[in-house]
Each structure stands twice: as C-alpha cells, then as structure tokens.
Design a protein around this ligand. Structure first.
Ligand code: NCD
Length: 356
C-alpha cells in the first residue's frame, strides 16, 4: 500500500480500494483458505470509546488470518486512567504489536497517533470526524449488493453532522462517476461545511432535504444513521432531535424495488424491526462484509511494513478552532495546517479557520 496508515480513505488510491474490496469478496467466498495469512502477527485494538462490531470484527479478522490480538476496550482499565498520554501509549503498544486499530473520542486522534507509532495505525473512528473502515465495509456491501460504486442516487439520513460513517462514505463515493447525494436531516444536524465543499469540489450533485418520505422514491441506496447522543452538549438537545426520522414499512413501500438499505449499526429507533424482514434491508449482511473488509485491509497493510519511528513535524502557534480536535486534548501534538485560499485547514480534524 502507498501509505503506512489508514487515517482517511484518501490514504488509499481508488485502485487500492478496488483491490481491497475485491480481495474482501474472495475472502467471503473462501474464508478458510486465508487462515495463516498473518501467522505470527499481532493486532492491538485500542478502543477509548464503546464498540461492538468494529472492535470484534477487527479481532475476529486477525484471528481468522491466524494472527493474535492484544488491547483494551475500556481505557479505565489501562494506564490511560492514570493520565498516560496518547503519545506514550502508542509508543509503547507499537513496540508490542505489528498493527494498531484505534477508536478515540477526539477528532484527528488517529492522525496524531500515527506521529508516534512504529507500526501502521488504522482509524476505527476519531470522534465525529471519520470512520474509514466502516466505509470499506460499505463499499464491499455496494460491490456485493449493487455490483457498482457508480451511477447511484445515495440518500443519507439522520445525524449527518456527528455521524463519522456518513462523512467517510460521502468522501469515498463522491469520486465515482454519476453518483448523486440526497442529504436528509434536520437543519441543525446537516453535514459539516467541509463535506459540502468536498462534494462541490468533486462535482457531485447534492441536495439537502428534510423529508425522508419525499426522498424515498428517488433512492438506489439509503444509508440510515443513529442520532449520536454522546456528541450532544446536553440531554435536551438530543431529545429534540431524537425520533425525527423513522424508516418503517410504509416508507419502504414508496421506494424502488432494488433499493438497498444500509446502516452502520447500532440501531436505536430509526428503523422499525418490521423492516428487517424486507429483502432490501442489507444492514445485517453489511456487518458480515465488515469482517471480510477488515481481513483484506489487515493483509494489505501488513505487506512490507518496516518498524521505523516517524519524524514528528514542527507545529505553529496557531490553534485549531474546533474544541473537539485532538490538539486541544493532547497539548504536545504539533499544530499543523494546510492552506486552501485564505483558509487554514487543520491537518487532524479538517476544521477550517480563516487567517488574515
Ligand atoms: C458507527 C460508529 O461507531 O461511528 N458504528 C460502527 O462503527 N459500526 C455508527 C454509530 O455509532 O452510530
């Protein structure tokens, strides 16, 4: 692979995604023949936030490849509870393992971790920012269930502001020809500005709407998401947004016969259980494809890696304006930005700050 780490899907070329999704499909068809592909290798899973599917599918993936696993799923049982920095934890664990999958509540945390790691870092979710391995899962699902990544009308519904899976999926699919996006949310839970800018820069048509029922007949793919309770400042703000979008049998009756419904899960109340029996509901199949996607990814990322410590770049005095950015939690992380016109874009969380 071109890049050592998987922080954002843009770390992979389109050819590499194609290769990984194709390999994932082959693994799905011949899983036993891949046993031993990572014999002797160790995966560390560092989960600073709750997870069921992502963590277990990473662990199962490594076990099914014949490797072994270490890690924590509750930072209060590790030295993090004693105040250990992300930098120190990563430096130590990257001396024990061959590859690290991490999930952390701060945006940009995986990118920050990669500055201190001797081994590849996989971003398994960095706050409300990105979740590229869910997107690989979603791409494998599209390949299996639609046979294409192109020419699709993709509806994304729910918490588009805080849903990191939404951001990664849009970034991945906007680059394929003739995809169109319908962004279905309340005004306060719309996609961040940087995602809209990205869609426009890629020339992908997009539309923001607030009615799921109106959008249903137009869609080839519906990506439902949970309202991300843990990212709201108060319980009241969450309660105001909860239950606005519910996919039920009536709304399914408005949709195309070959629609597919995806959801990264966990589901709360945004899809009624009766929809599970509809042939077009593919969210449980999606979880299985996630295992194959992660097996393929681990195999490719372990090819030809060296255990070099990277050189940490020098930072600037300028601060990122996003309070959720890792640079505000771990003060030693160098502040680095890229320029886009008269805007500074934070290299960790992609927040835009105007400079004079
Ligand atoms: C998602 C996540 O953690 O962002 N879940 C997952 O990884 N399958 C979606 C969510 O929590 O709503």
């Amino acid at each position: 692979m071109q890049s050592r780490h998987l922080i954002d899907l843009s770390d992979l070329s389109v050819n590499e995604w194609e290769d990984i999704t194709r390999l994932a499909c082959d693994i799905g068809a011949n899983i036993d023949s891949y046993y031993g592909a990572c014999r002797g290798k160790i995966l560390a899973t560092l989960f600073y936030e709750p997870s069921t599917r992502t963590q277990m599918s990473f662990q199962t993936a490594m076990l099914r490849l014949g490797g072994r696993i270490i890690g924590f799923d509750n930072p209060s049982n590790s030295s993090v509870a004693k105040g250990e920095s992300l930098k120190d934890t990563i430096r130590v664990v990257s001396g024990y393992s061959d590859i690290i999958a991490m999930r952390h509540p701060a945006a940009g945390s995986a990118m920050a971790a990669s500055l201190y790691s001797r081994v590849p870092i996989i971003n398994a979710g960095d706050g409300g920012h990105l979740h590229p391995t869910q997107t690989l899962t979603d791409l494998v699902t599209l390949r299996k269930e639609k046979g294409t990544f192109s020419g699709l009308c993709i509806g994304l519904c729910g918490d588009l502001k805080n849903g990191r899976t939404v951001h990664s999926l849009i970034k991945a699919t906007a680059g394929f020809p003739d995809n169109r996006f319908i962004l279905i949310s309340t005004p306060s839970l719309g996609v961040p500005l940087y995602i809209k800018d990205y869609l426009s820069a890629m020339g992908a048509p997009w539309l923001e709407v607030d009615s799921l029922a109106d959008a249903m007949p137009l869609l080839d793919v519906l990506y439902m998401t949970r309202i991300q309770k843990e990212r709201f400042a108060s319980e009241n703000e969450y309660i105001n947004q909860r239950g606005v979008y519910i996919l039920d049998s009536y709304k399914m009756s408005l949709a195309k016969k070959d629609l597919i419904v995806l959801h990264p899960l966990p589901r709360v109340d945004e899809i009624t259980v009766e929809v599970d029996d509809d042939k077009r509901a593919k969210y449980f199949e999606q979880t299985e494809y996630g295992l194959y996607a992660r097996m393929a990814l681990i195999m490719r990322m372990l090819e030809g890696t060296s255990k070099q410590l990277p050189i940490v770049p020098r930072g600037t005095e300028t601060e990122c304006s996003n309070p959720e950015c890792i640079t505000h939690r771990e003060s030693y992380v160098p502040h680095t930005f890229r320029k886009s016109g008269d805007i500074l874009v934070c290299n960790y969380c992609e927040e835009r700050t105007r400079f004079d």
